[in-house]
Design a protein around this ligand. Structure first.
Ligand SMILES: NC(=O)CC[C@H](N)C(=O)O
Length: 393
């Protein structure tokens, strides 16, 4: 059971799996929670972060010291609820100020039962996570908190992120359609592995009707969506999502079926990892991942650098000096992160498929990568030109 922390300075403690602790005050719901400790460097966009299903089971530490300044509005959530397992802030806003704000962040966390902690030295905590890597953590708050050994045992018995199969826990159970805005040009089947609301919207803005399908969609479900050709959708999209991509055998099998049929494919984040695995590359856990809205990524074809929004803890293990031969033709690493040379995008050279490890829908974040949605539309337009007349609707 959780109660509100408002109006009181209820004590709280954050316990890392390696035994380091940080003391602070309850923020949001009072109670206890465990998850994987990760940090986000975004100075804005906390509503989008909280409601991004990719953060399921993660306790998010905000490096920006003031959080909650613009309150909560009803327009910015990226999904139906908050997904973070816990929230760590240094100095929460006491009085939010925004013409769109309808309640405070503290109230929202409390209403959704999300346990948080404030008053923590988030800079020291982030440096610790950078040095030691992402690890399990617990937040415990209330007037009476158990002894630290007891709390540490609870943290250490929590499941690790490696090996966690979570997409099915966050994805839609039922298919739904996001209509094209303006003239409809294409029909896409989007596999919901933890999709954010802005993603179908970015496609809809480009005249794409988006059929969002559950995470366990089969090739039959995908090809029952009909685009301009009678054979199936004009393109297939694989979304972002939580957990370890090494567990995503179902989406990988689906990706292979789609590549086999040469239907245009676009994947983002978890979708990039699924494409990587479908091509035969491995995935691995990064030490502390990339989370924030100002990560520099280079497009290796043009040399151009994009400032991009990230939220990933795993990455694809593909050679940077490609192309590499795969069962679906040659593949190459299209984008790399300039901070650490992590693979940030993949492209097939012989089939219409590409993906990026970051978030071109940019909610929140810079719009540098929006061209990728145009590139997807371009692949679908190109594929249509090659569709024989008798295959067209
Ligand atoms: N945002 C995402 O899709 C994240 C993918 C995966 N869960 C990771 O952490 O790498």
């Amino acid at each position: 059971m959780t109660t509100s922390s408002r109006g009181a300075r209820t004590p709280a403690v954050l316990v890392l799996e390696d035994g380091r602790t940080f003391h602070g005050h309850a923020y949001g719901a009072v109670g206890e929670t465990v998850g994987e400790a990760v940090f986000s460097t975004g100075m804005t966009g906390y509503q989008e972060t909280l409601t991004d299903p990719s953060y399921h089971r993660q306790v998010v530490v905000m490096t920006a010291p003031h959080i909650g300044n613009t309150g909560i509005n009803d327009e910015d959530p990226e999904s139906r609820r908050i997904w973070v397992a816990g929230y760590v802030v240094r100095d929460p806003a006491r009085t939010p100020s925004s013409w769109r704000s309808v309640r405070t962040l503290d109230e929202e966390l409390t209403a959704q039962g999300v346990v948080g902690i404030s008053g923590v030295d988030t800079r020291a905590l982030t440096r610790h996570l950078r040095e030691r890597g992402a690890m399990r953590v617990g937040i415990f708050s209330g007037e009476r908190i158990a002894a630290e050994e007891t709390l540490l045992a609870r943290v250490r018995s929590a499941p690790a992120m490696e090996g966690a199969d979570l997409c099915g826990e966050v994805a839609t159970a039922e298919p739904y359609v996001v209509p094209a805005i303006g003239e409809k040009r294409f029909t896409v089947a989007a596999i919901d592995l933890g999709i954010k609301g802005m993603t179908p919207h970015r496609m809809a803005e480009r005249g794409i009707e988006v059929h969002v399908l559950p995470a366990n969609a089969t090739p039959e479900d995908v090809y029952a969506v009909k685009g301009a050709g009678a054979a199936g959708p004009d393109g297939v999209f694989f979304s972002n999502g939580p957990g370890d991509p090494a567990t995503a055998d179902g989406p990988v099998a689906l990706m292979r079926a789609v590549l086999e049929r040469r239907t245009p494919v676009f994947g983002i984040c978890f979708g990039n990892q699924v494409l990587g695995r479908a091509l035969g590359f491995g995935t691995f856990k990064l030490r502390y991942g990339h989370r924030g809205i100002n990560q520099p990524v280079q497009d290796r074809a043009t040399g151009k650098v994009e400032v991009t929004a990230h939220n990933h803890g795993f990455a694809v293990d593909a050679p940077l000096d490609g192309p590499t031969d795969t069962p679906y033709g040659r593949a190459e690493v299209s984008h790399v992160c300039l901070n650490d040379e992590v693979v940030e995008g993949l492209r097939l050279l012989d089939r219409p498929a590409f993906s990026v490890q970051y978030h071109p829908e940019a909610a929140a974040g810079p719009h540098d990568a929006a061209y990728l949605f145009d590139r997807f539309a371009g692949l679908m337009a190109g594929a249509r030109q090659h569709t024989p007349e008798d295959q067209r609707a």
